[in-house]
Design a protein around this ligand. Structure first.
Ligand SMILES: Nc1ncnc2c1ncn2[C@@H]1O[C@H](COP(=O)(O)OP(=O)(O)O)[C@@H](O)[C@H]1O
Ligand SMILES: [Mg+2]
Length: 623
């Protein structure tokens, strides 16, 4: 069999029968995956119990027709005792149907509750399992908007599969066996109806997959676009483009919707055609049985159950068709989500990973580190950004990193924060390979002050204490929190009118840029930091605010903290023990090191690094 990439088929849709079969089996795999991950052990055992109760329930649903058949003949034959027994049988069946139905509904409710918890938990686990670098590079697939949309679809698929599906299959199975028992003629015709149904299903699903998959892809793209514009409302409103954006998104949505609608109208017509064809066969079958009854081959008492059961079967085919439509509609989103969430993590945590303990400054070493990003135009091609970088940062050392924009400074910072792993070479932390360390414990021991700090929806206290594990929060009194805020000159009791309970607004909207930066520093230093990466944290601030933030930074950098500070404003590196000057990997002559010079002071850097001198001269500074 030639190699067919199922992911490709999923995004393009099948173009022939073989591809359709591959995709169909892929859909079954997806259902299995959904069941395995989202039902949870509690949900699974509930569903199994429910299935066990469904069998007698289905039987009690079908048996009353047997009693009615007996009643009809009892009336014909004026046989009161038989009529009485049949009525009692009728009554018992109904009551037992109700009682078993009660058990089914109870298990169903419990299964739903268990699944609700499990879906949320598992989605979060799968979502956060990726490296930060992956979120940045796979943003279109690994987006919260896509996962959130598919979450609802997962619900529908599970509901169809676990509740409707099992019930319909049981109804069909039992009714089919009973019809065969009463009349093999009807059994045979029902088999024929099933074949007709299946034939149409395969034909219709093929078209739905071919046309529906690209439509779903457009829906998802639209969803990502809309979510992006909603969250960046400020830009949209300030650009005066609200009307244009709404018109654009509405027109786009209308276009997708038209295509989608066309497909389902076609599907609807096919269902009707199939229904009419099956009705013809079914009616002929009824007539056949009636002629048999005329000839005495079929007992009159059997006619009621036979017609009722086969009608039940017929209606369940219709129910199956409805489920197929639902499944087809939900499947592309669910599959896209499964594909996104199962992208293997690029920062795998080993089972025997070493815990990082919270004391002493860390010594960091980049040993022959190279890193390349996938090229935008062809993902198999890599664009080298770091090339064989060697650097030793002794424990407690404050390193300033200087270089042109695009030379790879942030990439070094990101590698040290383990957003991703080096393409080759290794990062050593106190002599241990960073890949062998437990990521969460490493993250708790280190700090990250980015250029754009992320403030959580919540209070001032929530934000300062966020980096502290819940179990350790009790150790921090309000006075402790205020004293940390004082270190970064943010203990402004007048500004925070509700004290530590002051709400900061979405992404800290109620704070100035400098305040946001200082808050980020406060939340980083509330715990002892063994190593911190500060990436252009002050470059967006005015000179006065920058000095205040810089003071905050220096306040946190005691001798127990190792630091890598990336900065454009050279004077902010004054306190550094070591200045590293980086040049772009693309500009290197053969054999040349990407690190142009390692200086011990700004004066040393100015004297020996042409790049550094260039920056300083541009700024009109001499050291
Ligand atoms: N997620 C990414 N995907 C692809 N290329 C990237 C990504 N991040 C950075 N780059 C590229 O890598 C190079 C180095 O970027 P960066 O480390 O941010 O440089 P610096 O911080 O020195 O300005 C730049 O050319 C940038 O465009
Ligand atoms: Mg940068």
């Amino acid at each position: 069999m030639a190699n067919v990439d199922v992911d490709d088929l999923r995004s393009e849709g099948p173009s022939n029968w073989r591809e359709f079969l591959i995709l169909t089996s892929g859909s079954l795999q997806t259902l299995k995956w959904v069941w395995a991950h989202f039902a949870g052990s509690e949900g699974r055992s509930r569903v199994k119990s429910m299935a066990v109760w469904m069998l007698p329930n289905t039987a009690f649903k079908l048996l009353p027709f047997l009693a009615i058949g007996r009643l009809v003949t009892a009336v014909q034959e004026q046989d009161t005792p038989v009529a009485r027994v049949a009525t009692i049988g009728f009554f018992l069946s109904l009551v037992l149907m109700e009682l078993t139905g009660n058990r089914i509904r109870a298990h169903r409710e419990k299964a739903l509750a268990a699944c609700a918890v499990q879906i949320d938990k598992r989605l979060s686990e799968l979502f956060f399992h990726h490296g930060i670098g992956q979120f940045l590079s796979e943003g279109s697939r690994l987006s919260a908007a896509n996962v959130e949309k598919a979450r609802g679809r997962v619900w529908s698929v599970m509901d169809l599969m676990m509740f409707e599906g099992i019930a319909a299959l049981m109804d069909i199975g039992l009714a089919y066996v009973l019809v065969w028992l009463l009349s093999p003629r009807s059994g045979l015709v029902m088999t024929g109806l099933f074949v007709i149904h299946a034939f149409f299903s395969v034909y219709m699903s093929g078209r739905v997959m071919r046309d529906g998959v690209p439509i779903d892809r457009e829906y998802r793209a639209h969803n990502v676009y809309r979510t992006d514009r909603w969250s960046l409302f400020r830009r949209v409103i300030m650009a005066g483009r609200v009307r244009e954006e709404i018109d654009y998104m509405t027109e786009w949505m209308a276009r997708i919707s038209r295509k989608d609608n066309g497909l389902w109208l076609w599907f609807n017509d096919q269902i009707s055609i199939r229904g009419v064809v099956m009705s013809v066969f079914f009616s002929l079958c009824v007539w056949w049985e009636v002629t048999c009854a005329f000839q005495g081959i079929l007992a009159v008492a059997s006619m009621v159950p036979l017609f009722s059961w086969s009608y039940n079967l017929f209606m369940n085919f219709w129910r199956l068709g409805h489920m197929e439509r639902q499944l087809n509609w939900n499947m592309p989103s669910v599959q896209a989500m499964v594909v996104a969430l199962t992208i293997p993590t690029d920062v795998p945590v080993k089972a025997d990973a070493l815990q990082v303990l919270p004391n002493g400054p860390l010594g960091i070493e980049l040993r022959d580190v190279s890193y390349a990003y996938p090229s935008e135009t062809s993902p198999t091609e890599l664009v080298p950004v770091l090339s064989h970088v060697n650097l030793v940062i002794p424990p407690g050392c404050k390193v300033g990193l200087v270089g042109e924009t695009g030379s790879g400074k942030s990439t070094i910072g990101n590698l040290l924060l383990r957003f991703m792993d080096p393409t080759s070479g290794a990062i050593l932390v106190n002599g241990y390979n960073l890949r062998d360390l437990d990521l969460s414990s490493y993250c708790r021991a280190i700090g990250d002050i980015p250029q754009h700090p992320e403030i959580l929806e919540g209070t001032l206290r929530d934000n300062v204490l966020y980096n502290v594990p819940l179990a350790d929060r009790a150790a921090f009194s309000d006075a402790d929190v205020w004293s940390v805020l004082a270190k970064v000159q943010l203990a402004d009791h007048k500004r925070f009118t509700n004290g530590l309970d002051t709400r900061l607004g979405k992404n800290g909207m109620k704070l100035s840029g400098g305040q946001r930066q200082r808050l980020a520093i406060a939340s980083a230093i509330i715990q002892h930091l063994r190593f911190v990466v500060i990436d252009e944290a002050t470059s967006a601030l005015d000179a006065k605010t920058e000095r205040r933030v810089q003071k905050g930074i220096e306040a946190m950098l005691g001798e127990n903290t190792t630091a890598l500070m990336i900065a454009h404003r050279l004077p902010t590196l004054r306190f550094c023990d070591m200045i590293v000057i980086l040049r772009p990997a693309s500009s290197l002559a053969p054999g040349e090191s990407q690190i142009e010079y390692v200086a011990t002071s700004l004066e040393d850097a100015y004297a020996h690094s042409p790049t550094f001198r260039g920056f300083a001269d541009e700024l009109g500074m001499a050291f």
